[in-house]
Design a protein around this ligand. Sequence first.
Ligand SMILES: *[C@@H]1O[C@H](CO)[C@@H](O)[C@H](O)[C@H]1NC(C)=O
Ligand SMILES: *[C@@H]1O[C@H](CO)[C@@H](O)[C@H](O)[C@H]1NC(C)=O
Ligand SMILES: *[C@@H]1O[C@H](CO)[C@@H](O)[C@H](O)[C@H]1NC(C)=O
Length: 720
Amino acid sequence: MDGRRKFLSFLSLLLALFFLFVFTWNTSLPNSYNLNSAKRVAEGLELKPHHQTHRIESHASDTPHHPLDPLTVQELNRVRSILSSHALFRASKSYALHSVVLEEPPKSRVLTWREGDPLPPRQASVVARVDGLSHVLTVDLESSRVARVYMGSLLGYPTMTIEDMNTATLTPFLSDEFNRTVVERGVDLKDIACLPISTGWFGKKEEKRRLIKVQCYSMKDTANFYMRPIEGLTVLVDMDANQVVEISDRGKSIPIPKAADTDYRFSALKNAHHKMKPINPISIEQPKGPSFSVQNGHQVKWANWEFHLKPDPRAGVIISLAMFRDPDTGELRNVMYKGMVSELFVPYMDPTDAWYFKTYMDAGEYGFGLQAMPLDPLNDCPRNAHYMDGIFPAGDGRPYVRSNMVCVFESYAGDVGWRHSESPITGLEIREVRPKVTLVVRMAASVANYDYIIDWEFQTDGLIRIKVGLSGILMVKGTPYVNMNQVPNQEDLYGTLLSENVIGVIHDHYITFYLDMDIDGSENSFVKVNLKRQQTSPGESPRRSYLKTVRNVAQTEKDAQIKLKLYDPSEFHVINPNKKTRVGNPTGYKVVPGGTAASILDLEDPPQKRAAFTNNQIWVTPYNKSEVWAGGLFVYQSHGEDTLATWSDRDRPIENRDIVLWYTLGFHHIPCQEDFPIMPTVSSSFALKPVNFFESNPILGISPNFEKDLPVCQATAVSS
Ligand SMILES: *[C@@H]1O[C@H](CO)[C@@H](O)[C@H](O)[C@H]1NC(C)=O
Ligand SMILES: *[C@@H]1O[C@H](CO)[C@@H](O)[C@H](O)[C@H]1NC(C)=O
Ligand SMILES: *[C@@H]1O[C@H](CO)[C@@H](O)[C@H](O)[C@H]1NC(C)=O
């Protein structure tokens, strides 16, 4: 029991935090810090009790109100009881439910549903493993009928359950050899923390077994065990048999990096940056309350926007039925039927034994939503935020509540919505400025060491910005080097020496978004608006060249496989060819890439084949209910035969049809010392922006700020 208690199964973070805070840390370091600045900040934070103490709701009596509302606690319990009495499950030796989510009604049904109508039949889509076989089932909640959609042999396995991950991290301890190796490396078995690392897929040897690799760390004297790898020790575990398959130990000569200065917790900081000048507390106040509402749990209304919002165990959050009320006509217009993170791909750039397989697909392997932990009120989201809980099933089907998983808040960063002022030479005294206020939907997933912050930010002018922030802790590699002057060739480090004996390994992050755009209806086209240089004829103009636009309407999927190019620029529009503005332009939205990165791995590299959905930054596919997860339904140990790339290569017609836009946001990460021991957030984004969607600027009518409407608030400290 003691070994187990000391043990940290990282992914159930609540457990982890509990252990770390209560059992591990404060035994060895003083809780107090004698630095004035740190103390003042601490006191400032503690003076005002949190208004939003962590709510815990049981959700036991929740009922669905909308066709897209997620399964409730009662419904999940019902699915569990229907399945447990079903022949397939009754006859089995063992089974686990890897996913139970709402089987969304057909799109046509959802689009015609109106408030007050009866709900379409409630159904659950279930992915189960029964005696070692994967099944996809549909469970009808009213009739209790169970329909088998798929059973059998697709390569790859479903998303791991939390129980899979926990069990995997315990399995190495069944091995005497493992225990001995750890002790030989100078680590006490009670100080060890292990991570379940998906194996990717690298060939036949790995077939027909659900495998995982476990690597371990020393958490002696730090909560940041990630900085103390037992380098080179990799345990291959069979997740179904719960057996150690193989132990590889290639790091005997590599010391465990020191614990000093690795802890990042406010309560544990001793000397860190004590010359840092504190800033005073800051917060947004809304004296008249927020301007948004969340009706029936999931229906968000703000300014001219309306959308449905729900947590999802795989995608994180799903935004559905995003609609904008036209400021000219008052008509509610469709923009996006569904938007979500479809998959992530995080390859590390180190081909050696303990690293080559680190090529995570965080949504399909780990469950991006399952890894979204409760948000921290006042710090993850401002004081004016509203929180939404996730209701997910455990592996045995029992529902649990992931509280505060998503937050919604109005944001004012002091930015300008639009402005113009006149110079005195015109004789006009004009200064017209409008503040920019937005609505943000936020979640944060902590996939082991890494943290991803996903924002869907809605603007009053119809723009949607989708932002990804990366923070958390690097996955680092132990090394004998303590200084760069010992390193013969920096290129052979596979990264950057961050601290003594610690290398931050180079890696990439790709986040692929599924965006089912429905601009004024489902029949849309994808148009590449290419900027071309036109040379003038001799004598035609003092100019030698200018730019003009050439519009190409994509006919089939291959026309819409887009690699971004700085010197061959284009805009990418999703238009409704059947709906024109007053002056005859088709209504549309464009996807506006921001800072991003593309994978330059060999296309035949096994991880890149599995993640072929990152081979282009933009793809467009015809809507297909089954094509939602860019890496395929079963991503775990997949071979890459069922990805967005294979679907798109069918080259189906996409003109004037219901189409889905896919966008991949990428980052190359060459670690630097500032990323140690925890990374300051790095962000990038892209936008969905109206293009001839409105007749004119849709935010002419918003009001400027007036002093009389705002709370009394002066920067007294500055002037005194
Ligand atoms: C941890 O710190 C708290 C508060 O300082 C103290 O009450 C508690 O006894 C400590 N726990 C251990 C295990 O030392
Ligand atoms: C390995 O060590 C753990 C923790 O001390 C212990 O629970 C387990 O029984 C050991 N395994 C073997 C095979 O001795
Ligand atoms: C829909 O997607 C599935 C899975 O990729 C595929 O088997 C099927 O052929 C697709 N249907 C159409 C009409 O493209």
